[in-house]
Design a protein around this ligand. Structure first.
Ligand SMILES: Cc1ncc(COP(=O)(O)O)c(C=O)c1O
Length: 381
């Protein structure tokens, strides 16, 4: 039987499940989500967990339900600032630390907050991402402890976007800020990254067990009921299954982690030897080299990240997003590279790469790495 036939049978067998779903998600799914967080040392009550069609929807709902302006790491994922802007919120940017991304530098943040207030802004929400998009790094525990203290001192609500968490290359080294300040942190996650199921639109969240946490949860549910009504009922079973972490899911996520890790390290080495400034990757499938002052920038005669992106695409056929899309300064010449572009062209090729004993020797990866090396190689400069 082919996949379409299976799907048709599944849909036909469940076509009687046509009632609207609970807005917050079914009990089984929420229980699984709460246990998933508890296995990661994050206190979670199923009554304060929810499922939604994607974590992006949850993030938007949170920003809509919380007062004040938004503090973001520069660079950070494109949608945070776009969502904040569409809700009339202003973004307070804070540069990331030298070796990690996805978080504001704790050395800079207090002054950034003071300055923002002097400028008439009202920073009340801090979004952290670990591992993050675009730098593919993981926040260190000591940095999170310092950020937690700043969040307490400045009364910030923290949104910890942990959608890449299970793709941290060293899961034992991972700390969530929700372990440190559970009472002021909302954690979001989903299946789009660790299981590469972005098209299925499945996101989850865990809220603090406090009066404020419950009130925020209720506001978000009220909004969700007007916006998306609930998670498609046939997909609730997927949330319940995946967040229960049966052996096949754990194995699949481990394979993805290994593949992303091997390829990211290989591309990191290429970029470093080409003279880029780039943070060592520690999770997810991104790298964020910056090329200001590099021989490559000089050779290509570029002065902004958009010019660099254009030049690399037209001369070397390397696709990337400019750092300014992530809020960064164009003159830093930052680029976001996605490692998963090199795993293969078809589903069959990508699956073979995922299962390869040495992913770097899988044909699509090997030839793509050669092309990337040639494109960035200093001998060409
Ligand atoms: C940091 C980050 N958060 C959230 C998302 C979106 O997640 P979802 O598919 O659950 O809406 C992405 C997708 O690119 C992302 O990079």
């Amino acid at each position: 039987m082919d996949a379409r036939h299976h799907l048709n049978s599944y849909v036909a067998a469940n076509s009687h499940l046509n009632a609207y779903p609970p807005v917050q998600g079914g009990r089984g799914a929420r229980n699984a989500v709460a246990s998933y967080f508890r296995r990661r040392r994050i206190d979670a009550d199923p009554q304060l967990c929810l499922t939604a069609p994607g974590s992006k929807a949850i993030l938007y709902g949170l920003l809509a339900s919380l007062p004040g302006d938004v503090v973001l790491a520069r660079p950070s994922w494109v949608s945070y600032a776009a969502q904040a802007g569409s809700l009339g919120k202003r973004t307070v940017w804070c540069d990331i630390p030298a070796a990690t991304g996805g978080i504001p530098d704790p050395d800079l943040l207090p002054e950034v907050l003071e300055q923002a207030r002097r400028d008439g802004r009202d920073p009340r929400i801090l979004i952290l991402t670990s591992p993050d998009n675009p730098t593919g790094t993981v926040a260190r525990a000591d940095q999170l402890h310092r950020l937690a203290q700043i969040a307490v001192d400045h009364d910030l609500t923290v949104i910890s976007d942990e959608i890449y968490r299970d793709l941290a290359y060293d899961p034992d080294e991972y700390t969530s800020i929700a372990e440190i300040i559970p009472d002021r942190t909302v954690v979001t996650s989903g299946l789009s990254k660790s299981l590469a199921l972005g098209g299925w639109r499945l996101g989850v969240a865990r809220f603090p067990a406090t009066a404020e946490g419950e009130a925020l949860y209720d506001r978000l549910i009220a909004l969700a009921s007007e916006l998306w009504s609930g998670t498609p009922i046939l997909l609730e079973a997927v949330v319940e299954y995946a967040f229960s972490e049966p052996a096949d899911v754990v194995e699949r996520v481990a394979q993805s982690r290994r593949l992303h890790g091997a390829v990211s390290q290989a591309i990191f080495r290429i970029l470093r030897s080409a003279g880029a400034s780039v943070r060592p990757p520690a999770g997810a499938f991104y790298l964020y080299p910056t090329f200001a002052g590099s021989a490559l920038a000089e050779r290509l005669g570029v002065h902004t990240d958009v010019e660099l992106e254009d030049a690399l695409l037209s001369t070397e056929r390397i696709g990337a997003l400019p750092g300014s899309s992530f809020g960064d300064r164009p003159e830093r010449l930052g680029l976001r590279l996605v490692t998963s572009m090199v795993y293969g062209r078809s589903d069959a090729e990508r699956l073979a790469t995922l299962r390869a004993t040495d992913p770097l020797q899988a044909e699509p990866v090997r030839s793509a790495l050669e092309a990337i090396s040639a494109a960035f190689s200093p001998v060409d400069m």
